[in-house]
Design a protein around this ligand. Structure first.
Ligand SMILES: [Fe+2]
Ligand SMILES: [Fe+2]
Length: 218
């Protein structure tokens, strides 16, 4: 398998404030095949309120997705305890982002379709095993992209509290990335995982390349 975050290499991801440049290697540590355009973080920081509203929605959906695995795969016991814990942790992230939203006098916004998740979901195969493998790997890759992008916000936000909050989230997302890959290994061979992950990482790089720049996580 490729690179998995450990306690020792995580610290390398949290860098002091520095100008927005293309010189960030986090995406490679996470196996991502395309680095986020530096213009993305500029777009986000220039219009942070809508980014926060979108971020809250992403945390809420991450919690709901973890619970949807639990409902669907009751016969795969190795998944259940870690994914119930993940659902709680993502809900806690939602709560934390909600508190920031509330403190800024903003209102939660209505749900909209996330173009990135929608495009990735189109590559999830049908068939019980194929679907499980693809969803575990897809969510693993989504966590990796979240880790990379929260890291950019944490690195470049000028408010020290918000910068620290996003740096903390980066550590969580790296851990979640590793969790999904470990869960895949409970039910699939390394060879099967590597072959499919290779395809999905290419898909993800193309999807990211096609995203419009907007003040949103994706
Ligand atoms: Fe989260
Ligand atoms: Fe996460």
């Amino acid at each position: 398998m490729g690179y998995i975050m450990t306690e020792s290499n995580r610290s390398a991801m949290v860098s002091p404030l520095s100008p927005v440049t293309g010189e960030d290697h986090t995406h490679r540590m996470l196996q991502l095949r395309r680095q986020t355009d530096p213009a993305w973080v500029t777009t986000v920081l220039a219009d942070f309120d809508p980014f926060l509203l979108d971020h809250a929605a992403c945390e809420r959906k991450a919690s709901a997705s973890a619970m949807s695995f639990v409902v669907r795969y009751g016969d795969r016991p190795a998944l259940l305890d870690p994914l119930i814990a993940l659902a709680r942790e993502e809900l806690e992230h939602f709560h934390q982002v909600y508190r920031i939203i509330e403190s800024r006098g903003l209102q939660l916004s209505a749900d909209t379709r996330d173009p990135y998740i929608h495009a990735l979901s189109e590559h999830v195969r049908s068939g019980r095993d194929e679907r499980l493998l693809d969803r575990l790997l897809m969510f693993g890759v989504v966590e990796a992209r979240g880790c990379e992008r929260f890291g950019l916000v944490g690195k470049h936000h000028t408010d020290p509290e918000l910068a620290a909050f996003y740096q903390d989230l980066t550590v969580s997302e790296a851990r979640h990335h590793g969790l999904f890959l470990r869960l895949a290994r409970e039910y699939f061979s390394v060879k099967t995982i590597e072959a499919r992950l290779d395809e999905l990482l290419d898909v993800e790089a193309k999807v990211v390349a096609g995203l419009d720049l907007r003040p949103a996580l994706h």
